[in-house]
Design a protein. Sequence first.
Length: 255
Amino acid sequence: MFLPGAPAPEKLHREAGQKGRTVGERQKNRRTDSACGAAVLAAPPCCREKKTMKKYTKRQALCILHEAAGNYERYLRGKQFLFAYRFGTDVRFSVVQFSASSFLHLTGMKTNVPANAFYERALHSMLSERDIEFRSGNTHRKLAVLQSIPQITRGPSLIGRYDEGTGFNLMADAVIGNEKPLKLTLAFRGNGRTGYPVSLLCEDVRRISRDPVRVLAVWKRGAGERDFAEATYCSAGEDAEAILSLWREGQLVFT
C-alpha cells in the first residue's frame, strides 16, 4: 500500500502553512484532552529496551485486552484513515481501514475464539484465561503497546514500504510507526484501494521499512461517509486543507 510511481500532483504552497499550524495546534490540544492521549504518552519500559521486556500474566493480559478493545472501539473500529505524505516533491495518500476482525491479529494471542467474537468479548470484558494463550515473547511486546494503537492516527509518524530483508516475517506491504515516544509500528496489507492492519510490533518503524517518510496529515471518515472531513493530525507548518484538496481533486491511491 506504499505509493511510489504516482503521477506528480500540484506542488503545495508553503505560504499557506499558517492554516496548517492552526489545525495542528487544535489537534494537539484535542489529543492531550482525550482519554486516548493520556493513555499513550508514556512509553512502557519494555518498548525502550528488549532486555527489560516485561512478561505478563494471563490476568494482566486480560486487563490490557479489555482496555485496548475499548480504545479500538472508540477511535478505530469501522473507520477509515487517510494518510498524506510527501514522496520526493509529490504528495501521496494511503487509506487504512480498521475492522473488528483485525483486532485479534494485532494482539498476537492464540485462541480458539473466532476473530469477531474475540473482539466482542474483549470489548465487553468477557474474555477469560481459558480463551487466550501466549504465542511467544513477541505477544508480550504487542501487549505493551496494544492500548496505544490510536496514537498512530493522532500524532507524528513515519510511513514506508515493509522491508522483507529485516528478518520480520510479516505478510505486509507497508508499515506506519510513531516517531516518539513509543516504538509502535503497524503493518498493513493492501486490498485494492484500501490497506488493512495485519500485525502490531513494538519496534522502531525505521528498522523494518525502506526509506520511511514523514506523515504530513491524517483524516478520518466513518462508515457510509464519503469525505474525509475531520483531521486527526496535521504536522506543524503544513496546510491540511490544501493537502486534502489534492485528494478531493482525484489524487490516486496506490496499495
